[in-house]
Design a protein around this ligand. Structure first.
Ligand SMILES: Cc1cc2nc3c(=O)[nH]c(=O)nc-3n(C[C@H](O)[C@H](O)[C@H](O)COP(=O)(O)O)c2cc1C
Length: 355
């Protein structure tokens, strides 16, 4: 079994560790992806972006997909139900700097599936193959596909579709072995991941319920997958990624948690501006502060703060020990390439519910 901290390849793209940070709508912004890379994720992914939104530019545009120099390798995930538009979208994201184009065949949200995109492509293999084939033909970078097991409970659609996608030139497959109908209930059935690995020769990424080093090793061992993907376990918990890749179990202390949260808040504000950040960050306060001793009251106050500046002041007031760590982080950030060198794609993001 491969070491979680060892490198591997998707096509010709080297991925430095076998921990992949999951694409999550409303979460996987640049600050989150950069943080993921800092904590040991070998590959980070954008949230799903609409191929229609990209080519028409007529959907509700909530922001930009910002691609920084220090987050590579990066997969940008696209979804849609029209092969030509998907091909065009793939070319646009590659031009913006994506190292890998990922196609979403997993999103269970009705707004997406009713158009034939997301998980519903698992039920229509002709369409799924037309979409994947068009994207593979359109770009020179590796194209990957992320799937659920199928739409309905018990479905094995992903296992049948996987080899067809491989034959079209798809370079890697991610399986989140729950049905779309299940949403996030029940558990991910990684015996299906093992079966997919047996059926294809491209690397498979196992997604679903991976939370610690031992669990990740077990999934790699039992399935033969090339890598594990971590989603909810990394929400407000970047330390999970380090624990996964290194196996060390050092829980962060209060000062580290607050300092990392403040660093994240500042990066989000730099990325999307103060106004949008206020609402965006609310869920992160809960994720970071859960389980911290004596932080219940603080969590309520911070979540209600009308500005990010005020929220930051409350956090640092409650935990002044974090101040030196925040200063260190600022010095480190100052050494990073200037955000003016980021590449931007004007995109409709965060309006759907994921996969
Ligand atoms: C809030 C949220 C948003 C998500 N958005 C996406 C998405 O945009 N694209 C996608 O392929 N999967 C998306 N997912 C699914 C995750 O990538 C992952 O497959 C799933 O959460 C199972 O992994 P976990 O148990 O580690 O969270 C999302 C999941 C969550 C919780």
């Amino acid at each position: 079994m491969a070491q979680l901290s060892s490198p591997w390849y998707i096509g010709d793209v080297e991925i430095p560790s076998r921990i992949v940070l999951a694409p999550m709508a409303g979460v996987s912004v640049q600050a989150f992806r950069r943080q993921g890379r800092r904590f040991g994720a070998g590959l980070v992914c954008s949230e799903m972006v609409s191929s229609c939104g990209l080519s028409y530019g007529n959907e509700r545009t909530l922001g930009y997909l910002r691609i920084a120099r220090d987050e590579h390798p990066l997969a940008v995930q696209i979804f849609g139900s029209e092969p030509e538009r998907m091909a065009e979208a793939a070319q646009m994201v590659v031009a913006a700097g994506a190292d890998i184009v990922d196609i979403n065949f997993g999103c269970p949200v009705r707004k997406v599936t009713k158009t034939g995109a997301g998980a519903s492509a698992l039920e229509d293999h002709d369409l799924a193959c037309a979409l994947a084939g068009a994207v593979v033909d359109a770009v020179d970078v590796p194209v990957t596909v992320k799937m659920r097991r199928g739409v309905r409970n018990g479905s094995l659609a992903a296992l049948e579709l996987g080899p067809k996608l491989e034959a079209l030139g798809v370079a890697s497959l991610t399986l989140h072995p729950r049905s779309a109908q299940q949403m996030y209930t029940g558990t991910a059935d990684h015996t299906l991941t093992a079966e997919l690995v047996r059926r294809v020769s491209v690397p498979v990424i196992a997604s679903g319920d991976i939370g610690d080093h031992a669990g990740a090793e077990r999934v790699l061992d039992e399935t033969g997958a090339a890598a594990v993907m971590v989603g909810r376990g990394a929400q407000g918990r970047p330390w999970t990624l380090r624990e996964l890749s290194e196996g060390s179990e050092q829980a962060p202390d209060r000062a580290e948690v607050v300092a990392e949260l403040v660093r994240f808040m500042r990066e989000v504000v730099r990325e999307m501006g103060e106004e949008r950040s206020v609402g965006f960050l609310r869920k992160f306060y809960g994720w970071y502060l859960r389980g911290l001793e004596g932080a219940k009251e603080l969590r309520v106050q911070v979540t209600q703060a009308p500005s990010v500046e005020l929220a930051e002041a409350m956090l640092l007031d409650a935990c002044p020990e974090a101040l030196p760590l925040v200063a260190d982080a600022e010095r480190e950030t100052a050494l990073l390439p200037d955000s003016d060198s980021d590449r931007l794609l004007d995109l409709p993001i965060s309006i759907y519910g994921g996969g």
